[in-house]
Ligand binder design. Structure first.
Ligand code: ASP
Ligand code: MG
Length: 469
């Protein structure tokens, strides 16, 4: 079965009965031609609603919880009513009710405990994808496609990092093939829930927000798929965010490494971890628009046809924080401070977006997401409680008035004049550069600037590097 296609539909592509209908047409077309596995996100906003419901429960707000439960029920019921009729509709409604009952049971537990254990959260939020997969499978069936819903936790095996789990690929390969292969051989169409998996001993986990892309790439890798198509609501990966740069254009082709760098640096089209499982086998990925399916989209491949051609795209990120750790005395080993800081970041489960240091003062700073800041500060203060108390370290400094821009392209390697041109273009806009980081792969130049300068800097770089052309 070397023609296998995995297709993943994001939240907006599953966002209403009408959207599910269009997505199902795309599934059916592909399924008539080749073996297909479909992976779905929850309907748009549903994961946020589920998480909010659990927060209400934790805070003892039963009315708030009930309101959200009613909204979730109404949203999916309406969708099912619009998509299905008769017996199929009743049967599907019973499935939807069962899934919402599972969620409600956990939410009531959270309400009683006044606590939201991460592992219960993971089990609970999987409901979003279970609901959308049930709807999609039932609707496909009503169109005469032999589709069936599969829970991600029955095919994807992960570690036990609840909320941000990583796959165990060998175990996943076994489980996914055992369950999906026989069905594919019978020409059936599995509709798998994105986002969730389970530990080896069966405890439900999730792969992090936006993780359905990652689910799809994990499955594509372990099923040895020929291709992965990721359907979202934009035409592909662009040279810049079109809201900031009007002449940004869709890229025809881009390498795995470029796409991953863009995703890690704020481009929203792909979950950053999506590409890793595909690299070994070189499985190509298409980023496509389910609202504009005749457009080919962006092809993500190991090497592009035109080879490395300088910078390919620029991306930016707000809602970041620059955290500085600054020893007050040279008595402390800067390297040890750095090591312990990184330990603290790992314990906080935070991702370092950029890191720079100075060897003379032994101080260094790193950029993280603002959402991860509270956990990071807590862990840093815990780690350095003695040094801070005795003044060996200056108080940990946090600067929220910053943004990150990243210029990405394989062809930037060994291009001496380029960094200079980029910095000059940014300075011409009178935007002050606060920190610079370039990885040793020379694939990305990351620049931290004042927040108000981010848009200007993005536009300046886009035009200086002629990215729209
Ligand atoms: N539904 C999940 C989320 O909103 C996963 C996904 O959509 O990829 O984060
Ligand atoms: Mg997504």
């Amino acid at each position: 079965m070397n023609d296998l296609l995995v297709m993943k539909f994001g939240g907006t592509s599953m966002g209403s009965a009408e959207r599910i209908r269009s997505a199902a047409v795309l599934c059916e077309e592909a399924w008539r031609q080749r073996p297909l596995v479909v992976v779905v996100s929850a309907m748009a906003k549903v994961t946020d609603m589920l998480l909010e419901a659990l927060r209400h429960a934790e805070g003892g707000d039963e009315a708030g919880l009930n309101r959200l439960l009613a909204e979730l029920d109404a949203k999916h019921r309406q969708c099912s009513n619009e998509l299905l009729e008769g017996e199929a509709r009743d049967r599907t409604q019973r499935v939807l009710d069962g899934i919402l009952e599972d969620f409600t049971r956990i939410a009531r537990g959270v309400l009683m405990l006044g606590e939201r254990p991460p592992r219960s959260v993971d089990e609970a939020v999987a409901a979003g994808e279970r609901l959308s997969a049930a709807l999609m499978a039932a609707y496909l069936e009503s169109r005469g496609v032999d589709a069936f819903a599969v829970n991600g936790w029955d095919v994807i095996v992960t570690d036990a990092v609840f909320g941000n789990a990583s796959p165990l690929m060998e175990q996943t390969r076994e489980k996914a093939n055992a369950l999906l292969r026989p069905a594919l051989e019978k020409r059936r169409l599995p509709v798998v829930t994105g986002f969730n998996g389970a530990t080896l001993d069966g405890r439900p986990t999730t792969l992090g927000r936006g993780g359905s892309d990652f689910s799809a790439s994990i499955l594509a890798a372990v099923l040895d798929a020929a291709e992965l198509w990721i359907w979202s609501d934009v035409d592909g990966i662009m040279s810049a965010d079109p809201r900031l740069v009007p002449d940004a254009k869709v890229l025809e082709e881009i390498t795995y490494r470029e796409a991953a760098e863009l995703a890690y640096n704020g481009a929203k089209v792909l979950h950053p971890r999506t590409l890793a499982p595909l690299m070994e086998k070189g499985i190509p990925v298409w980023s496509r628009n389910s609202f504009n399916p005749s457009f080919p989209g962006t092809r993500i491949v190991p090497e592009t046809k035109d080879g490395p051609i300088g910078p390919r795209a620029v991306t930016s990120m707000l809602n970041v924080a620059l955290v500085s750790v600054d020893p007050a005395s040279a008595v402390l080993s800067g390297t040890r401070i750095m090591a312990r800081s990184l330990e603290a970041l790992a314990a906080a489960n935070a991702e370092v977006l950029a890191l720079t240091s100075s060897s003379y003062r032994q101080n260094f700073c790193f950029l993280i997401r603002q959402s991860e800041l509270p956990a990071v500060i807590e862990k840093l203060e815990e780690t350095f409680s003695l040094e801070l108390a005795h003044g060996y370290l200056h108080p940990i400094d946090v600067d929220l008035d910053v943004g990150l821009i990243a210029i990405v392209g394989e062809g930037m390697r060994g291009h001496p004049g380029l960094a200079g041109r980029i910095f000059t273009a940014i300075s011409r806009e009178m935007v002050n550069i606060i920190a610079i980081a370039q990885g040793s792969s020379e694939l990305t130049i990351a620049i931290v600037v004042r927040r108000e300068g981010v848009e200007k800097a993005v536009r300046a770089v886009h035009s200086e590097c002629a990215l729209g052309r």
